[in-house]
Design a protein around this ligand. Structure first.
Ligand code: KIV
Ligand code: ZN
Length: 385
């Protein structure tokens, strides 16, 4: 089995479903071009049948972005598939991503039908998509809650009908990592033609488990993972590209997995998407949050200044962040204060520093963060050595 995991970015499709985050075609081209720089393998550029704007976005992205595969979403409906195929006309390499609900909850309440009819629709949609384009991915919506025997039957049928990638979404973010991993394992063990397709992971974050679930699926043999920048997406969002990619990179030795992501573009891409989609990144967000490389307690700062490995498992530069940050607060220690004074060009002997530290704590107790201007004021009250 290959150790290369394909990164399928759906920021512009599943991510863009976030209320208030809609982008114009021109904005989408900017994001798609940045995703190309980042090195994603597939860009899901939109859902062409959903609106003329989305159709146009897929067309225009296909013309400009040439390296990644450009993917268009469709339901298992001929009209959707036609729209997707037409929108992909200019793509160097296009993919249609079609699919249907696979859990009984979806089959009964959304489609008001039976498992047998779902199988028929899935096969006929896959064949129809295949008549339009070589690269067809099939999604089994709500696979996280589907009956496993039926899910395997569905996967087998769509592979036989021509799907080369089969997506097993945990649409509602319901599964625990072990459960999701076991679903993927079961599919590998029970689908006889599985070697003809790539299994794809698509997790939602309703329980904050999207990254853990995605890694569990990959560990069972899935070789494509569907992600968004900053984890944006419906409700609590999708799996974050930055989290899953950096987890594989940090644990490269044990996992032996690789991606084509140029990780130094992660932070700039996160900032671009956040600004364009008007979705602020939470300060403590893994990898790309403002505090992801900030150290504020005295114990951590002291360790970090002795050796950054004490409190950092990756370097900020690895993900495109300039440098780590030592934030001076009332929890900071003398070592961090001395270090910052030195950066500002001040040097003090021990007794001056002790005195300054006492005054620093008085200021820090009144403020959330002591900034460089405060420190310069403090330094002026002491005599530099
Ligand atoms: O979450 C989901 O099931 C989806 C599919 C449309 C792929 O986004
Ligand atoms: Zn989704």
């Amino acid at each position: 089995m290959s150790n290369r995991v394909q990164i399928f970015d759906t920021t512009l499709r599943d991510g863009e479903q976030v209320p208030g985050s809609q982008l114009t075609t021109e904005e989408k081209i900017v994001v798609a071009s940045q995703l190309e720089k980042l090195g994603v393998d597939i860009i899901e550029a939109g859902f062409p049948v959903s609106s003329p704007g989305d159709f146009r976005s897929v067309v225009e992205i296909s013309k400009v972005v040439r390296e990644p595969i450009i993917c268009a979403l469709s339901r298992a409906v001929q009209g959707d598939i036609d729209a997707a195929a037409n929108a992909l006309e200019f793509a160097k390499r296009g993919r249609i991503h079609t699919g249907i609900g696979s859990s009984d909850i979806h089959i009964q309440h959304k489609f008001n039908t039976t498992r047998e009819k779902i199988l028929e629709r899935a096969v006929s949609a896959t064949k129809y998509a295949k008549s339009k384009i070589e690269d067809v991915e099939f999604y089994c919506e709500d696979a996280g809650r589907a009956d496993l025997a039926f899910l395997s039957q569905l996967v087998e049928a769509v592979i036989a009908a021509g799907a080369t990638v089969v997506n097993i979404p945990d649409t509602t973010g319901y599964c625990l990592p072990e459960q999701y991993g076991n679903r993927i394992k079961y599919i590998f063990e029970h689908v006889s033609n599985i070697h003809k397709a790539t299994i794809s992971i698509h997790c939602h974050n309703d329980l904050g488990l999207a990254t853990a679930n995605s890694l569990a699926g990959i560990s069972q043999g899935a070789r494509q993972v569907e992600v968004t920048i900053n984890g944006i997406g419906e409700r609590a969002g999708n799996t974050s590209l930055e989290e899953v990619v950096m987890a594989m990179k940090v644990h490269q030795e044990e996992l032996g997995l690789e991606t084509g992501i140029n990780t130094e573009f992660i932070y700039p891409t996160s900032q671009l998407v956040s600004k364009m989609m008007r979705m602020p990144v939470q300060a403590n967000k893994a990898i790309v949050g403002r505090n992801a490389f900030a150290h504020s307690s005295g114990i951590h700062q002291d360790g970090f200044l002795k050796n950054n490995l004490t409190y950092e498992i990756m370097s900020p530069q690895d993900v495109g962040v300039d440098k780590s940050d030592i934030v001076l607060t009332a929890r900071s220690g003398r070592h961090a204060l001395k270090h910052r004074f030195e950066l500002l060009g001040f040097s003090f002997d021990k007794s001056a520093l002790d005195e300054l530290y006492t005054r620093f704590l008085e200021v820090a107790d009144l403020k959330k963060e002591v900034n460089d201007a405060d420190l310069v004021d403090l330094a002026k009250t002491a005599i530099p050595v």
